[in-house]
Write a protein that binds this ligand. Sequence first.
Ligand code: ATP
Length: 354
Amino acid sequence: MTESPAKKMEGTSITIDGLTHRFAQNPVLDRIDIHLEPGQVLALLGPSGCGKTTLLKLLAGLLPVAAGHGRILFGDKLVAGDGHFLPPEARGLGMVFQDYALWPHMSVGKNVAFALEMRGMPKKERDPRVARALEIVGLKNHEDRNPSSLSGGQQQRVALARAIVAEPQVLLFDEPLSNLDRDLRESLCHEIGHLLRTMGTTAVYVTHDQEEAFALADVVAVMQGGRIRQLATPDMLVTEPANTLIAEFLKLGTLLHAKEVPHSWHQRFAPNAAVDAQHLFIPQSALSLAANAAHCFRGEVTMQRYRNGRFITEVRTPDAPKGLVLTTDTRLSHGQIIDLTVDWQRLRWLPQAA
Ligand SMILES: Nc1ncnc2c1ncn2[C@@H]1O[C@H](COP(=O)(O)OP(=O)(O)OP(=O)(O)O)[C@@H](O)[C@H]1O
């Protein structure tokens, strides 16, 4: 996308207050509370069926909020709940969907201009705005192309241009990158993040891809079973997961059933099935290969997989036979015996998720 800064748009705050939703009698969202400051980017992250898209549709006005089931405010304006319903076109938002949702019979320029045309904006005013939106997404001079002549990544850029052309206060994304291949996903994710920060638009981004959520968002809502299990910055989620469910879902490290040993120079890993044993969380970042043998312990490499230039490594030790997880810069061989050190400050005792 263009390096020249996009025009600064003013985002609005979003308040979701006690939002509940049912399909027939099936509860899908359960008392969702979120507040976003203007310009903040929220990722809704969670497994399939946890209610992410339903929450996005309620924000968009594509689903109504039932009486007594909560409220949604954009700034001070009530957009849904308490008997109010503002239709999508009156909410000042832009949307980007997984399947691009471009009109195949219209040129790229007409697709992007559509919302402005519907508002009765004259062509003289429309054309420069369309050209600017296409330039921002890296598709300068593509107005006359047909969407079907573009690659998937380019079509998603057109959808993005269409979402931002009317300078919305809120942008909503529903898994916009999941139809694209990995490289393109990474680069577009980075570009969307840059664009959102430059524009200052408040955004909600649905994804089940943790890397995407962490790369893009100021705050991430980890959802499961229609509830928000933790709402926090990516840094906080990594260092302070709220409970065992979050640590397991985000695959942040190792969870051990363990017991603190009093008066010991360190906490032991000793697996312990006793009733008072607790969940000890050992983040990947707390473990590293030991440079010398002092204050370290020994383990055997049982598995390694490559990710983003590093190796996720599983190590079996006598105290943790199911394996500890850490990241290393080097490839190690299966069965290799290695020495590890622990940064004890990073370990946490986590409560069991309710
Ligand atoms: N129109 C509908 N009628 C009935 N049930 C629905 C409807 N839409 C969604 N659901 C159900 O609501 C639950 C949440 O669906 P939703 O699409 O919000 O989940 P999601 O987290 O976005 O999942 P995915 O990542 O697979 O898109 C699911 O159990 C789904 O089957």
